[in-house]
Ligand binder design. Sequence first.
Ligand SMILES: Cc1cc2nc3c(=O)[nH]c(=O)nc-3n(C[C@H](O)[C@H](O)[C@H](O)COP(=O)(O)OP(=O)(O)OC[C@H]3O[C@@H](n4cnc5c(N)ncnc54)[C@H](O)[C@@H]3O)c2cc1C
Length: 447
Amino acid sequence: MGEEPQASLLHCRHIILATGAQERPFPIPGWTLPGVITAGAGQILLKTSGVVPEGRTVLAGGGPLLYLLAYQYLNAGVKLDAILETTASSQWLQALPHAWNFLRSPYLGKGLTLMRAVRKAVPIVSGVTALEALAGENGQLAEVRYTAGGQSRSMAVDQLLLHQGVVPNTNLSRAVGAEHAWNDLQDCWEPVVDAWGATSVPQLSIAGDGAGIAGAMAAEHRGRIAAVHVAAAVGRIDTAARDREAAPHQAALARATRGREFLEVLYRPAAQFRRPVGDTIVCRCEEATAEQVRHAARIGCQGPNQMKAFLRCGMGPCQGRFCGLTVTELIADEQQRHPRDVGYYRLRFPTKPVTLGGNRHAAADPGIARGGRAFQEVRGEGQLSGTDGQLTNVLRQPSRRRTRRRTAMRYGATQLESEHRRRQASGHIEAPPAPKVPQRSSAAATS
Ligand SMILES: Cc1cc2nc3c(=O)[nH]c(=O)nc-3n(C[C@H](O)[C@H](O)[C@H](O)COP(=O)(O)OP(=O)(O)OC[C@H]3O[C@@H](n4cnc5c(N)ncnc54)[C@H](O)[C@@H]3O)c2cc1C
């Protein structure tokens, strides 16, 4: 173990966030069992520590990363028992109009090589519409149950790796109050940026996948474009030099993003895997289930922020990374609203848990000592506070205070619920109109 990371304040005239992507949550029954991890986690273990799965191993879901990991495992000598592919055959037809650009894209050659190798070595079950991980007597993953072609089957497994694409990591851009918009094609939030990566917050730009998923090659060019823009904004170069410097990267960016629509349409995750039902855990930190979230939405919870008061979703150590998109989509589903109108969690610093020890030095800084206001105050002067790329300025609360607040919030939610029922029964408020039957798949129905 290395030394504990120390927080410090960094004062600067402009910040470019480049927080990259994170995996989209894949909330199926049993996804919290020991033995179930994401494909991204599997790849990190492989790349950083040379750790590979042992025993019967199954990959499930869809998207390029799933096949890339399968290819990397095969090259590392790992035997894969199956890939359960959730991409429906109808999605190939939907993606067809974008095929011409994809055929001219840099992804084609690489993609074909690895798909060919994986298909030769691993049994692939196509058109999976339902997935469930089941525990054995020891509480660990023992079986994966799936539906394909209308038939339900199961396999004994030791390791299950799930993946259904990546989405922008927006925790920092949200915490500083940048405007975000819902991307209908990718079913996720992304910060609103202009062609230079500038956001709605003055002196804050975003580059790379954190500004919208476009891949590693595009990320590099977006970083350079944002950098020359900032150089011009702070007076280091004039706009003519900025435009000259940016031109080759703008052209390279256009080449790097060619063909993305094909992948986005082809690998768009099916609704039943984004909008779970029943006892499936949605918020892993607070163990809130899909039905609890749906129930809160049915009795009038207006959005993810009020959901915090009902169920504490999004208030655990992951700060919504695992549940945020699902909560937005479940509320939208129950209330027949567009996710854009439902909104997202209002996020607070710190974006990741920090220890008091880690804040030892920074706490002495007057900016940090003022807590959550530090960012707002320096922003007005054209400066932002941060710690080696991580903006953070709030110390963790002592646990007793957290516990008291948690109890108060649960109590508040219960009160709200019973008050709502009482007023409905007494005719003070109308019962909400019966929701239209939400789209639920056979996966949801069987889970
Ligand atoms: C799990 C996973 C696996 C992937 N595997 C591949 C692959 O094999 N091949 C491929 O081409 N693409 C892969 N991608 C996509 C790839 O990550 C991106 O296209 C590319 O890396 C984007 O570059 P970037 O500079 O935007 O972000 P990144 O290269 O991801 O860099 C973002 C950096 O920001 C840091 N960061 C994030 N939040 C904070 C914070 N709050 N405080 C401090 N630092 C923070 C991260 O630790 C990271 O170092 C993967 C994506 C994911 C999520």
